[in-house]
Design a binder for this molecule. Structure first.
Ligand SMILES: [Zn+2]
Length: 386
């Protein structure tokens, strides 16, 4: 298959452009005048074309609605783990079919907005049985949707009632992670390492158990307080440290000097009226930066918001549009330790999106309203209904 266009192929900025797809992968990229002939030729005209977006941080397995809590917080109520525990109660009460329907709807909304690879965390179960149930639900839904799904076990998302953070961390490290590893239910382990959640000792214990089980590590770090979780992630070889709203200069230097990706989540920072992460400082220090949605039950509910997230990166976070788009494609892929998605170069998966726009600047200009007109995953066009 030969795809061509007279518009822009971003973030590389090639125009005009041509891509040859063979066996679901990109075989060649270049000027249409040099393209090998192909029987199947699709001309995308002036449309902006990008790699499929990679959303490397989402929490889609939950039931219930916490819009009331968001409203109360904006009137001054604090953000505590009580909100997560409310979702845990409602999610535990939901049967498999209900949760599968909810997760599938959320992933289809993400796909309809141009996300072709999505990371999905458990973490609203907190008990061994519930966490395993949620990871299996993600796996079953992954088999029914065309997106590429990466699973992350987040048993240390909050401290369940009746136990301490240290006790729960020990249970996660000693019982849950070995079970997740044995059953092959996740690629990564995540920890909410913050004040009022899990301290650095607890996070380190969980991180070492993840490594022992052959699972990658990612951390919720430096969101509410500057704890040193970013440096811990670097020391443990985490694929990514996520949030970083409170990161200071020393933290920026530590992340930039490592292969750990800095994953920035502007949407919940706005909803929580929090500080914004130091995107410019991270980029200038040479860090790998990803942008992700953090779509979840309580602090940002937008599944299908990645075009908005790119726009927020380019406006609020002070990134250029190309930096923001790169962070939402190859940056997200790096955060998931994947080199087969997030870029259009020979050898990568033919996951691409043609947008209802002519230039990547539309992600900033039309904040949140740029939509895909056509999407391909592994070279197969995906129907976008509704
Ligand atoms: Zn999160």
């Amino acid at each position: 298959m030969l795809l061509t266009g007279t518009g822009r192929l971003a973030p590389a900025g090639l125009s005009p452009w041509a891509i040859v797809v063979r066996d679901g992968r990109i075989a060649w990229v270049g000027d249409p005048a040099d393209a090998p002939p192909d029987a199947e030729r699709i001309d995308l005209g002036h449309a902006l074309v990008t790699p499929g977006l990679v959303d490397s941080h989402t929490h889609p397995v939950f039931a219930g609605d916490r819009s009331d809590e968001a409203a109360a917080r904006l009137e001054g109520a604090p953000y505590t783990e009580g909100g997560i525990l409310r979702t845990v109660r409602e999610t535990r009460a939901a049967d498999d079919a209900t949760l599968e329907r909810l997760v599938e709807a959320r992933l289809r909304a993400a796909l309809a907005a141009g996300t072709t690879t999505v990371e999905c965390k458990s973490g609203y179960g907190l008990s061994l049985d519930e966490e395993l149930r949620h990871l299996r639900i993600i796996g079953r839904v992954a088999g029914r949707v065309p997106l590429r799904v990466v699973r992350t076990f987040l048993g240390a998302h909050a401290v369940p009632p009746g136990t301490s953070a240290a006790e729960h961390a020990a249970h996660v490290a000693d019982d849950m992670i070995p079970a997740v590893g044995r059953e092959g239910l996740a690629d990564f382990v995540d920890v909410f390492a913050d004040d009022g959640f899990f301290d650095l000792d607890a996070a380190e214990r969980i991180g070492r158990a993840a490594a022992a089980a052959g699972l990658g590590l990612r951390l919720h770090a430096e969101q509410l307080t500057r704890t040193g979780a970013a440096e811990l992630g670097v020391r443990l070889g985490a694929a990514s440290v996520d949030h970083l709203e409170q990161l200071d200069e020393a933290g920026v230097r530590a992340v930039a000097a490592s292969s750990t990706v800095a994953t920035l989540l502007p949407a919940p920072a706005i909803v929580l009226r929090d500080r914004l992460p130091p995107a410019r400082a991270l980029l200038e220090a040479g860090a790998s930066v990803a942008l992700a949605s953090d779509a979840n039950a309580g602090t940002f509910g937008g599944f299908g918001a990645m075009p908005l997230v790119i726009g927020l990166g380019a406006t609020l976070l002070g990134m250029t549009v190309v930096e923001a788009l790169t962070a939402a494609t190859s940056g997200g892929a790096a955060a998931l330790r994947r080199d087969d998605v997030g870029a259009l170069r020979p050898g990568t998966a033919a996951d691409l999106v043609a947008w209802d726009a002519e230039h990547e600047g539309a992600f900033a200009l039309r904040l949140g309203s740029v939509r895909p007109s056509r999407v391909w995953i592994s070279g197969e066009e995906i129907g976008l209904s509704g």
